[in-house]
Design a protein around this ligand. Structure first.
Ligand SMILES: NC(=O)c1ccc[n+]([C@@H]2O[C@H](COP(=O)([O-])OP(=O)(O)OC[C@H]3O[C@@H](n4cnc5c(N)ncnc54)[C@H](OP(=O)(O)O)[C@@H]3O)[C@@H](O)[C@H]2O)c1
Length: 250
């Protein structure tokens, strides 16, 4: 089966490409570096030729509100147009749990990306994941003021990239669901506690303060704002396992 992974050089993309290739599939790992650009449209038609499935694992180079919205709208439009022209039968995209329940600029852009997919007429599966364990450092930095990291004590359930990629590959090989599936990590705990454990483990001396009014990327969050509300598929790697694997260079 020919599968195009757009964003095939990224964190989740590179792992997904490797899994699919191991399974004997013909995989195009597409990204601007390989001459495929979803914003300009460069190389899209050539990459799509003969593909049965396309997995969108792109990310915006800028997380600024306007730039990220423009990225996911333009990228999504160009990509879906090229897929329709090539007769692609399954579009898979990685989105985020709770983007329609929590308001911030990045989540608004992911909502726009999902809307384009559902309106495209191309059979699809959207995978909504919770925050990546690989993203905890970025979250701490975005919530830090000097040596204090302020986070709300809401529930948090991060998932490892090594748990996500096999699910993305499996979903791409299965029939389109024309719907959303949710995936999350195996451990659910207060946001501030998980980030505090992470910072301590990596030797970061910043202090984490629990602050119910602290925002997440500028958006207000409540107890269940960032975790799946219904049925979710769970990964196997929790924070401690992930830290052990990271130290071992896995
Ligand atoms: N971070 C989280 O906690 C989280 C949680 C749930 C879902 N997600 C979603 O997961 C997805 C993948 O994230 P990631 O961390 O794996 O991303 P990443 O490591 O930042 O990789 C982004 C990929 O997008 C490619 N790309 C950028 N601009 C492009 C363009 N114009 N045309 C084609 N490809 C382009 C990059 O190519 P180059 O290498 O050539 O630059 C790279 O391969 C994102 O859509 C994100 O919203 C993230």
């Amino acid at each position: 089966m020919k599968i195009v992974v757009i964003g095939g050089t990224g964190l989740i993309g590179s792992k997904t490409v490797a899994i699919l290739r191991e399974g004997g599939h013909e995989v195009v790992a597409a990204s601007p570096k390989s001459g495929v650009n979803t914003v300009t449209g460069e190389g899209l038609a050539e990459a799509m030729a003969g593909a049965q499935a396309v997995i969108d694992l792109t990310n915006s180079p800028s997380f600024e509100d306007k730039a990220v919205l423009e990225f996911f709208e333009t990228s999504g439009r160009n990509l879906l147009r090229a897929e329709a022209a090539a007769g692609v039968r399954h579009h898979v995209a990685l989105s985020i749990v709770a983007i329609d329940r929590t308001d911030n600029g990045y989540f608004r852009a992911k909502v726009a990306q999902e809307k384009l997919i559902t309106a495209s007429g191309i059979p699809y599966t959207i995978i909504r994941a919770t925050q990546f364990l690989e993203f905890l450092g970025g979250i701490a930095n975005s919530s830090a003021d000097a040596n204090i990291v302020r986070l709300p004590p809401v529930l948090f359930q991060p998932i490892a990239a090594d748990d996500i990629a096999p699910i993305v590959a499996e979903v791409a090989l299965a029939a389109p669901r024309n719907g959303i599936i949710e995936i999350a990590g195996p451990e659910r705990a207060p946001f501030n506690e998980i980030i505090a454990r992470y910072l301590k483990a990596v030797g970061d001396p910043r202090e984490v303060v629990s602050d119910p009014k602290a925002r997440y990327w500028g958006g207000r969050v409540e107890e269940h704002s960032l975790v799946p509300l219904g049925e979710a598929r769970l990964g196997r790697i929790d924070l401690d396992d992930w830290l052990r694997r990271s130290r071992a260079g896995a």
